[in-house]
Design a protein. Sequence first.
Length: 195
Amino acid sequence: MKKYAYIGCLGFLGIITTEFGIIGILPQIADYYKISIDKAGILLSAFALVIALTGPFMTLLVSGLDRKKVMFTSLLIFLFTGIISSFSPPFWLLVLVRLLPAFLQPVYIATALSVAVSKGNESNKNELMSIVFSGVAIAMVTTVPFATYLASIFSWQSSFIVQAIISFIALVFIYFGLPNMPVHEKKSYGSQLKY
């Protein structure tokens, strides 16, 4: 069903806005915390490093859980960390709340793609996956620049508010638009690693 793919796409909007929205506001963050841009860049590089180091393991770890709950929980973490970040916590806490959603980003991506193609057939699986991935392109040309623009008018905290709002909208669609999707036959970790 295309509905599942569009819901996955909405979640991608929230995730990509959170991941890349930080780029445009690094100078403001550095100025606010009286640190160098290099140090502020930890907010981006640490996020990417956590994804690279833990992505496959986290995806394997949750592979037997209900897919709706996995998607919902992932975006709920993105929502909470966006809200906490908007309150200008101490820099060490800002780094910490940036790291938490990074553990679940690959989990969301893998699960959203799985959900999107679960009701499709062989002829339209590529189309459904492309709908989900279009969230990346849409975020890069809309929400990421928009969040940066708002930060330039108001404050860098407004960028995190935008991220939280997008995550909240996606959460509503997941909660009301997806049925429970328990995994009936969980594959062993070994068999999943073969792929």
